[in-house]
Unconditional design. Sequence first.
Length: 244
Amino acid sequence: MMINKNSPLPIYYQIEEHIKDLIDRKQLKPGDCLPSEREFAEQYQVSRMTIRQAITNLVNSGYVYRIKGKGTFVADQNVIELKLHGITSFTENIQALGMTPSSKIIEFRSSLADKNVATKLKINENESVYEIQRIRLANQIPMALETSFLSTNIVKNLSKETAAHSLYEYIQKTLGLSLKYSTQTIEASAANKKESELLGIKKGSPILLMERITFLSDDQPIEFTKSIYRGDRYKFVVKIDQDS
Ligand code: 16G
């Protein structure tokens, strides 16, 4: 692509528009990694500062996102419509939409339940729990950050490999437990620095904060999850019955 250095349009803007064009025409597809700043600078014969400005603007407009230490990727512009009736896992939801789910484990450990976690799981304070924090991705794009607490007495022998795959599949298929119902709250918030970095969004971006407790048929809580979902990616659908 030719950059017109005599144009009244700033060079970073011309580059920005060119990359947008490649994304809109699907020459760069969601999940694709962009060339590095250095490569771009060589390609366009401009400084790395100029490239950085163009990419920062693309990040801010949601066209691309950065993952620390990895690079810059083309964002999927799709918004996920998630039905809130029925207990479905992240893995199932993403697969049902024809996308590929994956997880990046930030934390996997057994710890002692603090007061809040103990109350939510109806166990004693300082009882042992699994604490799992995962970035949940769809087609390699970070969608949510989930922190789950599960009692080690009920969910036995949980491994990091299992957590990297599907927790609900393990609970239901391997342990043979059936999930009966969940209670869930949803509230609006803004991403802090750490959350924005993990999710590849701008600090202060809208997020949805969710807390879910899932119960077995004997009203025993099995999981307490605090989640952060990207506000630009999720839309929730609720079925409302006349007589409920
Ligand atoms: C959903 C649940 C989460 C659960 C996860 C299990 C919310 C809002 N929803 O995302 O509590 O831990 O599914 O998914 O938190 P997995 O079976 O794919 O691990």
